[in-house]
Design a protein around this ligand. Structure first.
Ligand SMILES: [Fe+2]
Ligand SMILES: [Fe+2]
Length: 198
């Protein structure tokens, strides 16, 4: 039996909404993430339709103002964690998950969690969360081709998904530090976790 928590979703409707609510570059990135997520789902034998949807919706709230993001968080996301509020760049993740649920009727917790944690990551991420996190960093349309190739090459190795993910966390932490932006402790925890695994 088909899981009705994510089927019957009209992707054209989602794309039209995204076109209206994202700038062009972010919309193109979003298409790239949905494609990369589908490719990674194929490689790791995960649900391709769910991966495509998570990719499509992961940045739905990215172009909302910080004021609007905070208003939605404080009004509708009671389980928000302090660490999700540390850096304004990550506010869109819980709100995008909220939109996926309320605007597009996605109830599947794996999709919603992958969207919510696509910026900070979290310890003991499942394979689905990992491929969405990775897809966001290596999609072919707007991300750096050299970094994409490096990660795809790592995927061929043993423990490849964790190795590729580690590259992403390392690059994210370096980039945040370079810009003197706050780094959530969860992100550091995932970095340390992956370091012991690879
Ligand atoms: Fe994002
Ligand atoms: Fe993204």
């Amino acid at each position: 039996m088909k899981n009705t928590t994510y089927t019957n979703i009209n992707t054209d409707e989602i794309k039209n909404w995204l076109k209206d609510n994202l700038n062009e570059e972010r919309y193109i990135h979003t298409l790239g993430v949905s494609e990369a997520a589908e490719e990674l789902a194929e490689i790791f034998n995960l649900n391709k339709e769910k991966a495509m949807l998570a990719g499509l919706l992961h940045d739905a709230a990215k172009c909302f103002s910080n004021e609007k993001l905070l208003e939605i968080i404080h009004t509708h996301i009671p389980d928000i964690k302090d660490c999700e509020l540390v850096n304004y760049k990550t506010l869109h993740a819980p709100v995008s998950a909220y939109l996926a649920k309320t605007q597009f009727n996605i109830e599947d917790s794996e999709i919603l969690d992958a969207i919510r944690w696509h910026t900070l990551g979290r310890v003991e991420m499942n394979a689905f969360e990992k491929i969405i996190f990775l897809a966001d960093k290596i999609e072919a349309r707007t991300r750096n081709a050299q970094f994409r190739k490096k990660c795809l090459d790592l995927l061929q190795e043993e423990k490849g998904l964790d190795k590729a993910l580690f590259e992403c966390f390392e690059a994210t932490i370096k980039s945040l530090a370079d810009r003197r932006l706050a780094i959530c402790h969860i992100t550091i925890d995932v970095y340390n976790e992956l370091l012991t695994k690879i």
